[in-house]
Design a protein around this ligand. Sequence first.
Ligand code: PLP
Length: 439
Amino acid sequence: MSHVFPRHTKATLPLATRGEGIYIYDSHGKAYLDGSGGAAVSCLGHGDADVVAAIKSQLDSLEFAHTGFFTSEPAEQLAEALVANAPEGIDRVYLVSGGSEAVESALKLARQYMLEIGQPQRRRFIARRQSYHGNTLGALGTGGNMWRRAPFDPVMVSASHIAPCYEYRGRAEGETAEAYGLRVADELEAELLRLGPETVIGFLAEPVVGATAGAVPAVPGYFKRLREICDKYGVLLILDEVMCGMGRTGTFFACEQDEVRPDIVTIAKGLGAGYQPIGAMLCSGAIYEAIEQGSGFFQHGHTYLGHPVACAAAHAVVQKLTIGGMTARAATMGGYLAEALHDRFGAHPHVGDIRGRGMFRGLEFVADRDTKTPFDPAKGLAKRLKAAAMDNGLICYPMNGTLDGQSGDHVLLAPPFICTKPQIDELVDKLAISLEAVL
Ligand code: PLP
């Protein structure tokens, strides 16, 4: 009998015993192609010798030194490498242990920044519906997935929410993509005016919406307009790249493709590539200076901040993503993945939309392509697709509630960047077989 508290008490899970390249093997020797990198984590695949060596070498010299007493070489090197590749203006890196911690740090830093600059009346955040920013209470309070929020609503400090930039469902007939983008971006200004802009700290968004919407990028011009609105009202733009960052979309930071400069950006998942739990919150030099010249310290912290082994692993990952060419590979192989998905599912009667960037792709399922009517949630399509895919030796990330937390189904694909073309074909074949089995 197991004493592990699992995610689902009724599920019987295979026992993972080994990973190699893009496959995970269970205790019976069955291979599972990791088509979603777990949840967009394993960007380098499993068993990467360089990352493993970096971890071992760090363990041989120093396993831990509390950041209240010391800095460490791996933390310094990692921060330097991240800032060297970060959007303009980003200058400091706060190293935590995962995505939710990164988002919590971002929210608290944003609030403290407002105190430091003498604007204590700013106390609200605005985010978007159908976004996910983590499961700790602060991060969950900004998230816009109503199903995930509902049970905890009474105990959360909630953000208010505007519409996502979700072209497939939101763009009106005859409206250009640009006009649609400006229309939904302008919801931020309307919400600021409704709340009183002087009470708002920041606006939080995923450049490419991951888990809860299925790889939904914004249309051109959308994020630039958001930036203008934030600047007009002195509100911070906080981008959550926990899932879509670190090369996943074909650029090191996803927001590079939206040509937007955040004040704060969060990363995790691909940063540790699954080799170590690590996340980071990066902020602009201006925000850091306000703290430095103000109270002198960020009133936050966790025991495992800047863990040396996690930082050594992440530094090796970042080296591979940047000078090692893995982000460029995500762009090219991502193009191949998109082609393969369009070839296979482009005319499928129940695939309404194929979207995403780089090695971050989503398929939205519909009962009817013309009317875009979703499947009845009672059918449990996403859940059954996940089970069928596992039977067929494929790890993918299906989710329901795509439209509003209740209706709609999609599958998210986020394979390792090391995938070859035949392996991408294998992924697409396995997905097609699994989909046929459940439809
Ligand atoms: N932000 C985004 C965009 C995410 O996708 C996730 C996790 O899926 C998180 C935050 C939370 O990260 P973690 O699960 O590492 O706490």
